[in-house]
Design a binder for this molecule. Sequence first.
Ligand code: TIU
Length: 220
Amino acid sequence: MPVIAAQPYEYSFPTGKLALVVIDMQRDFVEEGGFGSVLGNDVRPLAAIVPTVRRLLDGFRAAKLPIIHTREGHRPDLTDCPPSKIARGKGALGIGDKGPMGRILIDGEPGNDLVPALAALPGETVIVKPGKGAFYATRLGHLLEMQGIGHLVFAGVTTEVCVQTTMREANDRGYECLLAEDATESYFPDFKAATLAMIRAQGGIVGWTAPTDTIVKALR
Ligand code: TIU
């Protein structure tokens, strides 16, 4: 089995059976005027990882391995959005309100699109998810089962919210999870550092972490 130098120890995966899951690299989190910014966050640190996420994507594309993109987005009528989620935040704009990139966090609006540099190519899967975790109320688990995939590399935003939630969901379902350390970002540097540490603590209680270049090199 190929091996990746990772923390807390080497990560091995069966050849041809490793998938990449890129979480929520959408304009709503990465660009000004989207959901992330209306929550009061500076989006610039998230925009800065786009080239690194692209390197990781290109590595998986070159290796002809499966790629799954997710977007956090709701139906236009908000029937898949709990009232508690709509009420949270108390900013001037919230989920479903009209912002500069269309209605905030709504599937089909310009702001819900993946950032152009990270757009999905034909043959890649896009999962639209109503929650923070990508397994909740989606077909992700079924899709992975159909392809016999048990090993997942994760990237995307934000590290401690949707990425960590999805890694924990995957870990509990038996997947071996590796997070690309520099292809994930948070609005809060301390939260990112803490999340990386807690994922790999206790012998990899949630999974592994490794730099993007190390992962891409191992795919070749
Ligand atoms: N607010 C925040 O940090 N994240 C989210 O709301 N969703 C994702 O992480 N994608």
